[in-house]
Ligand binder design. Structure first.
Ligand code: S3P
Length: 172
């Protein structure tokens, strides 16, 4: 299977919304990696981080990537830290295309500031913290990505179409 599309990128960049639009508009099966983890583990992401630690959570991400359902057309919305393990990148590469969505730190802050479900940002809702963490992850995102789409100033609908235009171009 090399037909999967993986959306990666920083928290709040719009991966879930964009994958839902692609699912509906382009008839893809949609899978949210964080949701699969919650279903498999039985706890909320914040509880997994709090009770078992980040490394345990990262193992769950790898497990869920390894046992993805084999749909002909599947789009997977990944958690923002999925690229922190090279093994995850290798699994995604084997199974499909990796699409990086980007946004400026100020845009991210606007989108996440009222949401306390992300343990990594919960006590750090500042543009400077987001910028610093984004910078730390920059190489991992760039090295993993087959395609990069900026989301600043675009609607999720426009981003979805741009992602699929790029995917189709790669398939030609
Ligand atoms: C994380 C991003 C989250 C979730 C977890 C850790 C990260 O997903 O996987 O809270 O390390 O960037 P979203 O990117 O969907 O918010």
């Amino acid at each position: 299977m090399k037909n999967a599309v993986f959306l990666i990128g920083f928290m709040g960049v719009g991966k879930t919304t964009v994958s839902d639009i692609i699912g509906e508009r382009y008839s893809y099966h949609v899978l949210d990696l964080d949701e699969s983890i919650v279903q498999a583990d039985g706890r909320k992401i914040s509880d997994i981080f709090h009770e078992s630690g980040e490394s345990y959570f990262r193992n769950l991400e790898t497990e869920q990537l390894q046992c993805l359902p084999e749909f002909d057309r599947i789009i997977v919305s990944c958690g923002g830290g999925v690229v922190l393990r090279q093994k995850n990148v290798e699994i995604m590469r084997k199974k499909g295309r990796i699409v990086l969505l980007t946004a400026k730190p100020a845009t991210i802050l606007e989108r996440v500031k009222t949401d306390d479900s992300r343990p990594i940002l919960k006590d750090h809702m500042e543009e400077s913290y987001i910028a610093e963490l984004m910078e730390k992850r920059y190489d991992a995102y760039k090295n993993a990505a087959d395609i990069c789409v900026s989301t600043d100033g675009k609607t999720a609908s426009e981003v979805a179409d741009e992602v699929m235009k790029n995917i189709r171009r790669m398939e030609q």
